[in-house]
Design a protein around this ligand. Structure first.
Ligand SMILES: [Zn+2]
Length: 547
């Protein structure tokens, strides 16, 4: 039998840290996942009990300390287990779709739902279709289409098999509307907004519901011809004005919008609503699987009714908890106002969770792929914040990211009796042997370090030790020996650089001159400061990624 003592201890510690005491039974079931054979249960039980006893006798500090070294056993295993669950009904292939409305820039929540669709299509060797739902001329623009395409292709690297615009299908959607009218299932309504709201609220039918098919078709033709003004008429589905689900109470299917459309210009004035075009498009595009958040649940009966009346194919619907971003606004209108007022620098303002902002801060697409694996298809709402992204990203980039020195708010340190060192070798990464050479002349440290450590002996990292002055900037060299004293960052033969922080404020400083060989988009770590992405070489501008 394999030695499971490390696994036992890791789970016992986790158990005890979470619940106060560890239990042998819970640990045993975990061991099967690590290869324990059922016939060995009897042999392993005494080991488990002995370790549980020891762990239960520890205090939490001690448990935490030991778990720090053993916890990886549990974590690595749990990560391996975390993957997206299989989809139902995949025998006849899988076609998924990504249906954004081009009315704002994409944010993290969009990215995760897009990735779900593309990952599943790929997993089942199916197709993923992109559909711009551009049926509201008041909100949609070419700018948003371009930005979305750029995010989808250049940032997320999603491969879609075809792309279309709902607005190209308007004539087809009109014929579907006519079918409903001819069947007596849709009618032209001329009630004003308030009247209709009142009728829907009280569950009463309006007078226009009784108009016969022939007359309705006449009205519809005039509607399309532009006879009615905005708000004067709509086409409604004949639902059930007493239905418990208010969505079913004669929802509007088409309304008049007298604004030019960015693609169709002034070709159409009557535009379909979401609950009408969305199910029709899914069917005619041959979509097999709709992955959607459960906030659409109430709208499903209406969409199903439309599909049934039009004899359109239904899809397998997989619902999941919606992704909500909790530490930044995702409301298009709010963001637009913040940009217009000059408070935010743009859709990529570092305070936002738009894909623009994440990308510019240096969040790699792999981070979002990992995040979707960890959160995807949850039953409940998933709250997303930047810390989740940072945790995944740090793990991903830490090993491959070179280190550089950066001193914020620098002040020159005059050092008395300093050794005559022309340059010093510093590892490019704490875990690597590769060295970089840093030239030494005038030394700068941050004003903050000078103030906080005044009068103390400190080590200038990888250089030597000095005693900082109580006032002023004249320090004294003490020794070369690396001993346990505070270590601080320094720069020499440096270049000015600045970093845009998550609060959108710039931090000015000096960076070691090695950063001159970096390329735009390179990710590095300014030691003891944080990870940063080079945004512009002109002024050595970096964007702060995370700590
Ligand atoms: Zn009416």
């Amino acid at each position: 039998m394999k030695d499971f003592s490390k696994e036992i201890k890791a789970y016992a510690l986790k158990n005890a840290l979470e619940f106060g005491t560890a239990e042998a039974g819970k640990i045993l079931t975990k061991l099967f996942q690590h290869g324990l054979d059922k016939k060995d249960i009897k042999n392993i039980l005494p080991d488990i009990q002995a370790i549980v006893k020891k762990v239960n006798a520890m205090d939490n500090d001690q448990r935490g300390e030991e778990y720090a070294s053993l916890g990886d056993i549990v974590k690595t295993h749990e990560e391996k287990e975390k993957d997206l669950p299989p989809l139902p009904n995949t025998e006849k292939g899988v076609i998924t779709r990504i249906p954004p409305e081009p009315s704002k820039y994409l944010h993290l929540g969009h990215a995760l739902s897009f990735l779900l669709n593309s990952i599943y299509a790929e997993r089942y060797k199916g197709k993923c279709l992109l559909r711009f739902e551009d049926a509201n001329p008041e909100k949609v623009t070419q700018e948003y289409v371009n930005a979305m395409l750029d995010d989808i292709k250049e940032y997320l690297h999603i491969k879609f098999d075809s792309m279309k615009y709902v607005s190209d299908d308007i004539p087809l959607l009109y014929t579907y509307a006519e079918q409903l009218i001819e069947k007596g299932k849709a009618y032209m309504c001329f009630c004003d907004r308030d009247t209709m709201q009142e009728l829907r609220h009280s569950g009463k039918e309006c007078e226009h519901r009784k108009i016969n098919v022939k007359e309705n078709l006449e009205h519809w033709k005039q509607f399309l011809a532009g006879k009615y003004k905005e708000g004067e008429a709509v086409l409604r589905i004949k639902g059930d004005m007493q239905h418990d689900n208010h969505v079913m109470r004669d929802a509007a299917l088409f309304r008049m919008i007298d604004k030019p459309h960015f693609r169709q210009k002034t070709k159409y004035k009557v535009w379909p609503l979401y609950d009408f075009y969305n199910p029709i498009e899914d069917s005619i595009m041959g979509v097999t699987h709709i992955l959607r958040t459960n906030e659409f649940e109430q709208r499903m009966p209406l969409q199903d009714m439309i599909k049934e009346l039009l004899k359109l194919k239904r899809q397998t619907v997989v619902q999941y908890g919606r992704f909500s971003v909790i530490d930044a606004t995702t409301k298009g209108r709010e963001i637009r106002e913040l940009i217009e007022s000059g408070d935010y620098i743009g859709w990529d303002d570092p305070r936002l969770m738009t894909l623009r902002a994440l990308r510019r801060r240096g969040i790699r697409k792999e981070v979002l792929y990992e995040l979707v694996k960890q959160t995807g298809l949850s039953k409940y709402e998933v709250h997303l914040d930047f810390d989740m992204i940072a945790a995944i990203s740090r793990k991903l980039i830490d090993k491959e990211t070179s280190r550089y020195y950066f001193v914020e708010d620098p002040v020159e340190l005059k050092i008395d009796k300093k050794p005559n060192l022309k340059s010093v070798k510093i590892p490019i990464h704490p875990d690597k042997d590769e060295m970089r050479t840093v030239e030494v002349d005038s030394i700068y440290i941050s004003k903050k370090d000078l103030k906080e450590l005044k009068g103390k002996e400190v080590r200038l990292l990888h250089l030597y030790n000095v005693k900082l002055p109580a006032t002023g900037n004249k320090a004294v060299f003490t020794s070369l020996e690396n001993k346990p004293i505070p270590k601080i960052q320094w720069v020499s033969s440096s270049v000015p650089a600045r970093v845009l922080m998550p609060n959108a404020k710039w931090v000015q400083g000096l960076a070691e001159s090695g950063i001159k060989s970096l390329k735009v988009d390179d990710l590095i770590q300014f030691e003891r400061f944080g990870f940063v992405r080079l945004d512009s070489k002109k002024e050595n501008e970096f964007w702060y990624t995370h700590r």
